[in-house]
Write a protein that binds this ligand. Structure first.
Ligand SMILES: [Zn+2]
Length: 214
């Protein structure tokens, strides 16, 4: 092993490693390995529900994508936002005035160090040239973990958890989320944005679980 290879291996370990599965593998320029690329299941659906005028995701929330998102959210691997955001595409029919993201509370942000949806939105806007606006939605209180709750309990848990600025009045907004499971968070955010005057609300996530949405 020459010095260049040593530096690559030990100083920049992620350069030889797939950013999604962490296996050492020949990766493309985005640092995603072929095995991962082959295992991705595209979401390929646009859903209209409640106050959401259109919602889609890059992938079905399963397998290697689920693992990558867990690492991104809970293991401090902020840099995974960039390769994940590469796969996010807005629907061609959407007229988007600006992009914003699902907020987390100040408390949660301090603990995690970053808002995962904001990171995705930043990379998505860098790539697409769409305008990113922060401070559109704020999360005003922490909510209990949603995972063990029923759909009705989730809606009740989230009621009034978000506030939107009047600066959305008359605009079509693309809301970036990390994962859509039941859609409760996205629905509550869309409802809050519409109440503040948003003309249209679209939602784009890295992954969504198909079965629970309709
Ligand atoms: Zn991989």
């Amino acid at each position: 092993m020459n010095i260049k290879e040593l530096i690559r291996k030990y100083v920049f370990p992620q350069q030889n490693t797939c950013l999604l599965c962490f296996h050492e593998a020949i990766t493309d320029e985005n640092n995603v390995c072929e095995a991962c690329m082959a295992r991705f299941e595209p979401f390929d659906t646009v859903i209209k529900i409640g106050d959401i005028d259109g919602m889609t995701a890059a992938f079905v929330y399963d397998g290697v994508i689920k693992q990558a998102i867990m690492n991104f959210k809970y293991n401090g691997r902020k840099y995974i936002a960039k390769p994940l955001a590469l796969f996010m595409e807005a629907d061609d029919r959407w007229n988007i005035d600006f992009v914003t993201f699902v907020p987390i509370t100040q408390n949660r942000r301090l603990k995690r160090g970053y808002n995962q949806s904001e990171e995705l939105a930043r990379h998505f806007c860098d790539r697409t040239g769409l305008q990113l606006r922060g401070n559109i939605l704020t999360k005003v209180r922490d909510t209990d973990s949603q995972t063990k709750l029923t759909r009705e309990e989730r809606r009740a848990n989230l009621k009034g958890a978000f506030k939107a600025t009047q600066r959305v009045n008359g605009f079509s907004v693309l809301l970036i989320d990390d994962v859509i499971t039941t859609g409760s968070t996205a629905l509550e955010c869309a409802h809050t944005l519409k109440r503040a005057g948003a003309k249209r609300v679209y939602v784009l996530a890295v992954a969504a679980s198909e079965k629970n949405l309709t």
